[in-house]
Design a protein around this ligand. Structure first.
Ligand SMILES: [Zn+2]
Length: 193
């Protein structure tokens, strides 16, 4: 079952997610629905806030991404096919000391057709739990590190437009305002019908 993706500036996108505590079949079903929704939208990541739930839960799948990145999961380097799509609950991110900040263009499924440059740490370590509650440590860089930082921001109610330089953010201002207006209008329609 695919879910409706929430657009900017729905208030749920500003909510910090509650930690996931129950690693049961309901959580596994929710995570599976999020993966399906992400795939249908051709996204590489999706956070719970984006489907209307303020929870510390996101999914990531970079199997089809054309980018070079490296990873180490729990001390090994399994093929991507073995651990993606990833379900990430309750992530805590540490930036690798001395890593550089890289600027790259990002998009977001909650901001259709809006893209802009964002600076992020190139290398991170993230501790998280999977949908069964099993703890993991992932060290990664490049697009995978960028994607996880973007999703973890969502879980704290932070959006990529807030990570942009002023100049970049300003150049998108009109499109962002138009999107917010569209979202408000759609919310009204949903309420009436
Ligand atoms: Zn996003």
């Amino acid at each position: 079952m695919s879910l409706r993706i929430v657009h900017y500036n729905d208030p749920i996108l500003r909510k910090k997610g509650a930690p996931v505590t129950g690693f049961d079949s309901a959580l596994a079903a929710l995570a599976a629905a999020m993966v399906e929704t992400m795939h249908e939208a051709n996204g590489i990541g999706l956070a719970a806030q984006q489907i209307g739930r303020a929870q510390q839960l996101c999914v990531v799948d970079l199997r089809d991404a054309e980018a070079e990145f490296s990873w180490n999961l729990d001390g090994a380097k399994p093929p991507l096919e073995l651990f993606m799509p990833m379900v990430i609950a309750n992530p805590t991110i540490a930036v690798v000391r001395g890593t550089e900040e890289l600027v790259a263009e990002e998009g977001c499924l909650s901001f259709p057709n809006i893209r802009g440059d964002v600076a992020r740490a190139n290398a991170i370590t993230v501790k998280f739990k999977d949908e069964r509650g099993v703890p993991h440590t992932l060290a990664c860089d490049g697009l995978l590190a960028r994607c996880i930082q973007h999703e973890a921001d969502h879980l704290n109610g932070v959006l990529f437009i807030e990570r942009m330089e002023k100049k970049v953010r300003a150049s998108l201002d009109e499109a962002i305002k138009a999107l917010a207006k569209e979202t408000r209008a759609a919310a009204k329609t949903n309420f009436i019908s």
